[in-house]
Design a protein around this ligand. Structure first.
Ligand SMILES: [Zn+2]
Length: 468
């Protein structure tokens, strides 16, 4: 008897977590944080719909927190099984989960100052560094295309999803109600033709497909148009004499931005700028990217061979300490600042916003998806004031969204990936379940799948159980 229960990232983008039950054993596919506002925060603290001690193993698609960020909580609450992931994912998890625990500790410290002033009971963190260390000890790293046993009777294979370093599409093989079954879980899918990473690899045949739909309702501008647009933003910033602030995810976006800046150094006249990677986490993630250079695509591999270090940017500054970061503020113009967090719900980008978001000369460039409830989403939606660290600031900066740099494939990428899944011998298509999208994006993708492939995909509800 094999069953799949839908839990996280069902009808929404974050909190990826699906429950696979197989002959009395239970495996989780991802165990991610819910992101975006107070309600998300409560969701993360709430109970799991299972006893973590009863989970036998976790198969993790990639290291992003909305896929891996609740693993330390799972461990804290009793999970002792193995966490299977790609080798680069294991390396990235160390820095991402450590950072998450650090941010959580800071948040709880601030919260408890308020609570103790009011004489209220103190809050405790979601998890601490100890829990992270115990989580990391449970990870088992695998190579792409190398099948491994998750449990007796359950085999898994990771294939490159082209989303961030180590990101994987997971193919799971087991015996179902009517014989051998193959479940393919997309994780998050990257764009075809993205820099540094290889394109998403076809997962082979499948009976059941569980796939993300983050951008199921739209096309990105293509990479060439996005690069042109980015060059224009830099030109404009130079002419009006402002700085360029780029909120970016530490893992993936930051490295691709640096890569593109290095590649277009002359076209974009970057010699007249100072470039800052203002995020200790992104600096560490960059080092991990270079460590896994054997996973680069052809162009990046070639550059890596020539330069031995990427990117080649003579005016790039890694600002690790808070003092170095504060020193950037002295530059009133001519600074390109890449800082976290990508969704602007924390991190050094907020300090830059406080100083510069009220200045019409400032250019803010969004390059990644901004979920509902995040500050990034409000800025993109055109709010005229923002509240940061309890203070209000008018938004007068120019705001740009450059979709072509997204780590997620757009609807055409998703359709292409689905089209690469081989139909069965009778030409039949897999049963498809759509997750990891806002409901409108998922519904739109459902229509596109029907139109392109004649497939009636299903949008599951939280708690829905299907027999495999
Ligand atoms: Zn992701």
């Amino acid at each position: 008897m094999a069953e799949l229960e839908f839990y996280g990232a069902t009808g929404q983008v974050t909190g990826s977590c699906h429950i696979l039950r197989l002959g009395g054993r239970t495996v989780l596919l991802d165990c991610g944080l819910i992101q975006g506002g107070d309600e998300a925060e409560r969701g993360n603290r709430g109970p799991f719909p299972f006893d973590p001690a009863d989970i036998d193993a976790v198969v993790l698609s990639h290291a992003h927190l909305d896929h891996a960020g609740r693993l330390p909580l799972l461990v804290k609450r009793g999970f002792t099984g193995t966490i299977h992931c790609q080798k680069a994912t294991a390396a990235l998890m160390r820095i991402l989960l450590t950072d998450a625990a650090h941010i959580e500790a800071g948040r709880v410290r601030r919260e408890n100052r308020r609570r103790s002033d009011r004489g209220e009971a103190l809050a405790s963190p979601l998890y601490e560094q100890d829990d992270v260390e115990r989580t990391l000890k449970l990870t088992s790293g695998h190579r792409y295309a190398a099948p491994f046993e998750v449990l007796p009777g359950l085999r898994a294979t990771f294939r490159d999803a082209g989303h961030i370093m180590g990101s994987a599409v997971v193919a799971l093989e087991f015996d179902g109600a009517d014989g051998p079954r193959r479940l393919v879980f997309s994780g998050d899918l990257g764009q075809y033709g993205d820099p540094i990473l290889r394109d998403p690899v076809s997962p082979g045949p499948a009976d059941v497909v569980l796939m993300e739909t983050t951008y199921g309702d739209r096309r990105h501008r293509d990479m060439a148009a996005s690069l042109t647009e980015f060059g224009e933003v830099l030109e404009r910033a130079h002419q009006v004499g402002g700085n360029v602030l780029i909120p970016a995810f530490a893992v993936g976006r930051s490295q691709e931005l640096l890569y593109n800046l290095g590649k277009h150094f002359d076209d974009w006249h970057l010699d007249r700028w100072q470039i800052f990677l203002d995020s200790p986490l992104a600096i560490e993630a960059s080092e991990i990217y270079w460590d896994f250079a054997h996973l680069f695509d052809e162009e990046a591999s070639e550059l890596f061979r020539q330069e031995d270090f990427m990117p080649s940017l003579p005016n790039l500054h890694f600002t690790r300490t808070a003092d170095e970061s504060k020193a950037i503020a002295k530059l009133k113009r001519g600074a390109i600042v890449i800082a976290g967090s990508g969704m602007c719900n924390g991190g050094r980008i907020l300090h830059h916003f406080k100083r510069e978001i009220g200045d019409p000369k400032t250019q803010i460039v969004f390059t990644g998806f901004q979920p509902r409830g995040t500050l990034g989403r409000r800025i993109i939606d055109g709010t005229d004031t923002v509240r940061i660290h309890g203070e209000h600031f008018p938004v007068r900066a120019q705001v740009h969204t450059i979709g072509g740099f997204s780590a997620h494939g757009d609807c055409e990428d998703l359709l292409r990936w689905f089209g690469d899944i081989e139909p069965d011998a009778a030409g039949g298509r897999a049963a498809v379940y759509l997750v990891h999208g806002d409901p409108e994006a998922t519904a739109s993708f459902q229509g596109r799948l029907q139109e392109r492939y004649g497939v009636a995909a299903h949008m599951p509800q939280v708690g829905e159980v299907i027999t495999l």
